[in-house]
Write a protein that binds this ligand. Structure first.
Ligand code: CA
Length: 259
């Protein structure tokens, strides 16, 4: 464990030596609850070892997958704060994994590792996912800085973000996304969605929705809530992918998974 890993490039080994102390006390932090969990998807054992030690020395908890299928499975299971993703992998390619992660978890930071020369061909795919990337060989200090910066962006954004299922709402910019696609809503539709998201998984009555979103007491004659839920379902849904807003008979509505 004490020797530098074989990463196939002298400069990597040298940077590991300079960058961090893999046996340092920061490793002890891995068990605590506020440690950031990083998923590393990379098939070269030397780089896995290099990145794992470097990130762990900085206090991150690291789980590694050595092929694309396993990496995608772990990524979509959730529980990670960031993903470090190689592009050239056995099984699923890095770009396929990136696309799947972007659909399921649009705001999860992904830092892509690429070999020199790969980037020109793939920049289109990378821009589609708006990810950060590092060209190999990279220094551990640079990777740590990128991961930290991405986590800061997420922490800042999450203060104004509401999300449930695959819907994300930014309360500051009032942007709405479903599975990574933008959805344009009217002001009232937006307020209704925010109310449903804030009560994610709960059944809310028409009366509760009416007084919270429209701000007046229940008029039994009005069907405005049902009408606007209809608008929202239509705008959020796509063929084969209905909006996750369910009617609870004689009570009201629930945003969540089907039950
Ligand atoms: Ca590779």
């Amino acid at each position: 464990m004490g020797s530098a890993p074989n990463v196939g490039r002298a400069e990597d080994a040298e940077m590991l030596g300079k960058g961090s102390d893999p046996d340092g006390p920061a490793n002890e932090a891995n068990g605590s609850a506020d440690v950031a969990n990083v998923l590393l998807i990379e098939d070269e054992p030397g780089i896995v070892d290099f990145v794992r030690r470097g990130l762990e020395a900085e206090g991150f908890a690291v789980e590694a997958a050595l092929d694309g299928n396993e990496g995608e499975r772990l990524a979509l299971n959730g529980g990670f704060d960031a993903i470090v993703l190689d592009l050239m992998l056995p099984g699923r390619s890095g770009l396929e994994i990136l696309a799947a992660v972007r659909r399921a978890m649009p705001s999860l930071p992904v830092i892509v590792l690429t070999a020199r020369g790969e980037i020109e061909d793939r920049v289109e795919g990378l821009e589609a996912g708006a990810v950060d990337y590092l060209v190999k060989p990279f220094s551990m200090a640079e990777l740590v800085a990128r991961v930290r910066a991405q986590l800061r962006v997420v922490a800042h954004a999450s203060a104004s973000m509401l999300s449930a299922e695959d819907i994300e709402v930014d309360l500051l910019t009032r942007k709405v996304q479903r599975a990574g696609r933008s959805v344009a809503l009217s002001t009232t539709e937006f307020e209704l969605l925010v109310y449903l998201l804030r009560h994610h998984g709960q059944v809310v009555s028409r009366e509760q929705i009416l007084s919270s979103v429209w701000g007046y007491e229940h008029d039994p004659a009005t069907n405005v809530v049902d009408v606007y839920v209809g608008y929202l379902r239509r705008k959020l849904g796509r063929p084969g992918e209905p909006a996750p807003i369910f009617t609870v008979r004689a009570v009201g509505y629930r945003l969540g998974t089907a039950s």
